[in-house]
Design a protein around this ligand. Structure first.
Ligand code: ZN
Length: 298
């Protein structure tokens, strides 16, 4: 799902240092270096880490049904399109395809890969640990999947439980609230007008818009709970077809506006992360204090 929500929060991990000067790179030009981790040679990877000032992106997607008309990998394809274009404007090394997130609510649909909660956390921790061991001391998770929007802040919070020598940042915006061509889809949460429009930019060959009305993306309104009472089955209760909104009214103009906005927003986030000289210091201070809390004074 691709719910419009989220925040740009800094997740504090502890005990860190940057092993190289942050002033030694030209961050506004990618030169000849690919932004794709997997395309770099070992020595080019070293150059890439220096050029990016240790800033790496982890675009996070999922494999799940997207209505009757979009591919299973929609979130991954879209978030990688936005992240790769952003990194080309503001150099960062981009981790390969990552889709090991939270999607239990789509297990009744074909093609869903729903890893267990313990594996989701363990794999993500080992991934960021390994990225950091390779010089990614600032890791920006760019989330493309609304179903991750509880998992990822929780992952960030749990980074404080023991020392790490790197900082994890989380960016979770995908759709502008205002501006651009009009959005007429009232729901527009999953495989609806916005998401379908963005796929028309990222991978137009995979959009089957003629099938978008074959199933209903309407809210089935089967829940009797008030809005402030949460339960995990809420999504299935409202949207059993794993479709929320109307992809048939998608258009390229809207997709271009939203994708350009998304790319520009990720560029801004990369710049903010590169310029952040506070979080690592705070992590170290916090960790040191947390080893002797009785000495902490107001
Ligand atoms: Zn989606």
């Amino acid at each position: 799902m691709s719910r419009v929500s989220g925040c740009f929060c800094v997740c504090l991990i502890v005990f860190a240092f940057l092993p190289f000067s942050v002033a030694q790179t030209n961050s506004s030009s990618s030169g000849q270096l690919s932004v794709h981790w997997e395309e770099l040679t070992a020595s080019d990877f070293r150059d890439g880490i220096h050029r990016s000032q240790g800033t790496c992106l982890l675009p996070f997607g999922i494999l799940e049904k997207h209505g009757p008309h979009l591919p299973l990998g929609t979130d991954l394809l879209d978030v990688r399109y936005a992240s790769l274009h952003a990194a080309e404007q503001e150099y960062a090394v981009v981790f390969p395809e990552y889709y090991f997130g939270q999607i239990a609510e789509a297990k009744h649909e074909p093609g869903t890969m729903a890893y267990s909660r313990s594996l989701q956390m363990a794999l993500l921790q080992e991934t960021t640990d390994e990225m950091a061991r390779n010089g990614c001391k600032k890791i920006l998770i760019v989330n493309g999947h609304g179903g991750n929007d509880s998992l990822l802040p929780y992952f960030c919070q749990t980074q404080l439980d023991k020392p790490h020598d790197y900082v994890v940042y989380f960016f979770d915006e995908r759709t502008p609230q205002h501006g651009g061509p009009e959005r007429t889809d009232k729901l527009d949460m999953h495989a609806g007008q916005s998401e379908t429009s963005k796929m028309m930019i990222a991978r137009p060959d995979l959009v089957h818009q003629d099938r978008a009305s074959n199933e209903s993306g309407a809210d089935q309104k089967r829940s009797k709970l008030p809005e402030d009472v949460y339960t995990g089955i809420w999504w299935y209760t409202r949207f059993p077809n794993h479709y929320s909104g109307d992809g048939s009214i998608a258009n390229k103009e809207l997709g271009k506006y939203q994708m350009d906005w998304w790319i520009a927003s990720v560029v801004k986030a990369i710049k903010a992360v590169k310029g952040d000289d506070v979080s690592l210091k705070m992590q170290n201070e916090f960790y040191e204090k947390s080893t002797h809390p009785l000495d902490t004074q107001p």
